[in-house]
Design a protein around this ligand. Structure first.
Ligand code: THU
Length: 161
């Protein structure tokens, strides 16, 4: 038996003003688009902004449904849209933030497992790290890549056995 430990780098910022200008812009776009969420069931309105390698920023918000599983998270709305429009353009970064009762939440939003899986797929597909900016009204956590958020994962290699 061997005990192994995982070490994950998280850059923790006190607030959005500490972000680099490019990151701050993505943060602002995520904030802005969260207002467009359709979240009548959870009132948890999420905004995601995706920066592409060509400089374009694609945004998305969560879209809920009376049949709950039929809805989609903001991250996947934005990423699927980006990858549909620009199938050959890598994704450089994604910023996510959520509001509840019209107030941005106070701790960095944590993407669900399915969204982590999709961000990882995009990272693998383009062989390019995706910076992940998990934002709030206060602290912001930044990860260098999707692998950091889903270190033990199911990927295409598993299908080759
Ligand atoms: N949600 C997102 O859009 N992204 C996240 O990172 C967490 C959860 C959505 C799904 C659902 O519409 C609502 O937030 C509550 O779970």
């Amino acid at each position: 038996m061997q005990k192994r430990q995982l070490i994950i780098d998280i850059l923790e910022y006190e607030n959005a003003n500490e972000l680099k200008p490019e990151e701050k812009k993505l943060f602002d776009k995520a904030k802005e688009i969260s207002a467009n969420a359709y979240a009548p069931y959870s009132d948890f309105k999420v905004g995601a902004a995706v920066l592409l390698e060509n400089g374009e920023i694609i945004t998305g918000s969560n879209q809920e449904n009376a049949a709950y599983p039929s809805g989609l998270c903001a991250e996947r709305v934005a990423l699927f849209w980006a990858n549909s429009q620009y199938p050959d353009v890598a994704v450089k970064a994604i910023a996510v933030i959520a509001q509840k009762n019209n107030k941005f939440i106070e701790k960095p939003v944590a993407p669900c497992g399915a969204c982590r899986q999709v961000i990882l797929e995009t990272e693998t597909r383009f062989q390019k790290n995706i910076k992940i900016i998990l934002a709030s009204s206060g602290k912001i956590s930044v990860f260098d890549n999707a692998h950091s958020l889903l270190p033990i994962n199911f990927d295409k290699d598993a299908l080759n056995f």
